[in-house]
Design a protein around this ligand. Structure first.
Ligand code: 5GP
Length: 174
């Protein structure tokens, strides 16, 4: 039987805190078949769609987003942690389980009307992704597809934080 993407994910109980089942992508990307499956399947999500640019967030979103952009023949835009981007930025602060975080994008990275494919490794509440959507939309872009390698379906991000967007995941965990 051929290998499935799910087989390449390692689950670590109680990391980084008791009660959390951490889904580790390092074993996807260190496996040539696993990495190729993930990138190819993310690309398939936008087959036949009109996409101008791929956006990914620091840092695991870079690992999947950049090769997806390359394979699609598109550019890649980084949503980075606060203070890392050298030119004029737009920023969005969002809530984490404890405290908050800020992501930034270069103001000129998205031009009005651009159709965006947003890629990340995993969605839980959807808070990180919602912050990126806000920035893209403030810059005049349109998020036409959101692709995750994994979703933690119990958070129901598709019907909550990301309601109304075209969201797809390669692997779904409860
Ligand atoms: P959200 O903002 O959707 O609640 O959380 C998603 C973010 O948390 C993603 O950027 C993701 O990298 C990180 N994250 C949360 N839990 C996990 C996990 O179990 N595995 C991995 N790889 N990332 C996680």
């Amino acid at each position: 039987m051929s290998k499935k993407l799910e087989d390449c994910v390692t689950t670590i109980p109680d990391f980084p805190k008791p009660g959390i089942m951490f889904r580790d992508i390092t074993t996807i990307i260190s496996d040539p078949e696993g990495f190729k499956m993930a990138v190819d399947q993310l690309c398939d999500m936008v087959k036949g769609m009109d996409i101008d640019i791929v956006v990914g967030s620091e840092s695991r979103g870079f690992i999947f987003g950049a090769p997806v952009a390359y394979a699609l023949g598109k550019g890649f835009v980084m949503a980075r942690k606060k203070g890392k981007l050298p030119r004029e930025t737009i920023s969005e602060t969002y809530d984490l389980e404890y405290g908050s975080a800020t992501l930034e994008m270069h103001k000129d990275s998205i031009r009005p009307g651009m159709k965006v494919f947003l890629v990340d490794d995993l969605v839980a509440t959807g808070g990180t992704t919602a912050a990126i959507i806000k920035m893209v939309e403030k810059l005049g872009g349109k998020v036409v597809k959101i692709g995750f390698v994994m979703e933690l379906a119990g958070f129901d991000a598709k019907n909550k934080a990301l309601k109304g967007y075209d969201v797809e995941s390669l692997i779904s965990y409860p």
